[in-house]
Design a protein around this ligand. Sequence first.
Ligand SMILES: NC(=O)c1ccc[n+]([C@@H]2O[C@H](COP(=O)([O-])OP(=O)(O)OC[C@H]3O[C@@H](n4cnc5c(N)ncnc54)[C@H](O)[C@@H]3O)[C@@H](O)[C@H]2O)c1
Length: 345
Amino acid sequence: MSDRTILITGAAGEIGHGLINALAGQPGVRLIAMDLREVPEELHHKVDSVHQGDICDRAFIEHVISLHRVNEVMHLAALLSTSAERAPEQAHEVNVQGTFNLMRTAAEQAQAYDEPVRFIFPSTIAIYGVEPSEKDELGPIREFQALRPITMYGANKLYCEAMGRYYGRYYRSITRGDRRPPIDFRCLRLPGIISADTLPVGGTSDYVPEMIHASARGEACVCFVRPDTSLPWMMMPECVEAILKLAKAPPLARCVYNVASFSATAGEFAEAVQRHFPGAELSFEPHAGRQSLVDTWPADVDCLRAREDWGYEPQWTLEQAMTQYIVPTVRARYGQAPAPEGAIT
Ligand SMILES: NC(=O)c1ccc[n+]([C@@H]2O[C@H](COP(=O)([O-])OP(=O)(O)OC[C@H]3O[C@@H](n4cnc5c(N)ncnc54)[C@H](O)[C@@H]3O)[C@@H](O)[C@H]2O)c1
């Protein structure tokens, strides 16, 4: 792939941090960071340009994309599940209209320069809507099953997947002739992501990162779902690696892919956290509303498509993730000494 000018929206968020840190300094890569809030100072020297503004503002998007002649978009900006359920109409504006503004402007730019713009879109397991009675029977869910989201966030993301498929495959199919579609759309359906570096806000899978960060700080944590609640997970470095791998893959036959490393219950995470942070005070007080959302998400996802098409490989099991990533990173973050030799970590 030739030089890449990558616009990262939602750059100040959790995944934005991870992507900027991974991409900074790579040869032939120019990074343009965009967010509604201020992009933290520590990221400024890692990117070529920073723009603070709203993806719902089309003029702003047009200005940034044309100013830098962007040829790749990593579109992370969104209102996540819990935040979206608190303000569903605003979530629709940001998650759908904002995404449309970006995709439409990227398509116009692609047509102007006769070069497709690559568009990487993190979707979510919230696009699924699994009935409790189906969970065991379905097993690891495949990309085409149970597409019945019950949240505004899930509905927004599922629609944006369809919009991406349209711009990437079928755009103006009646009048386009033999010109290529303007967008090279690539989408990962992410599971719950756990970062040991940053604190999550507004996601319904935040209960695990909350347990980890609170326990590392020596604070008690009340988990807002039942211990038997099972979801697929991946660690932030794995998430970043998967996004970068998908972004660099050769042309793909399909555009939407499940990815996840392992599946685990809240209870299994609580036990692992207690093993590694002895004295951790964890309790469970399920919140009816948030539990009802998580209950419709699949306990596991099938990643065969991603493995076959672009070589996705899950990296860590729960225990490996604890020992190789979570525990050392959170200890360093909160200024704690590494565990003594022979300790479980
Ligand atoms: N973190 C997860 O567990 C997870 C799981 C599945 C999918 N995803 C998806 O990955 C993407 C990134 O997630 P994250 O965890 O980094 O989220 P985050 O909440 O940490 O970051 C999102 C960023 O988007 C910005 N933003 C919100 N509205 C905006 C607007 N109108 N204009 C410009 N910027 C705006 C926010 O300021 C924030 O910095 C999202 O699209 C999310 O749906 C995340």
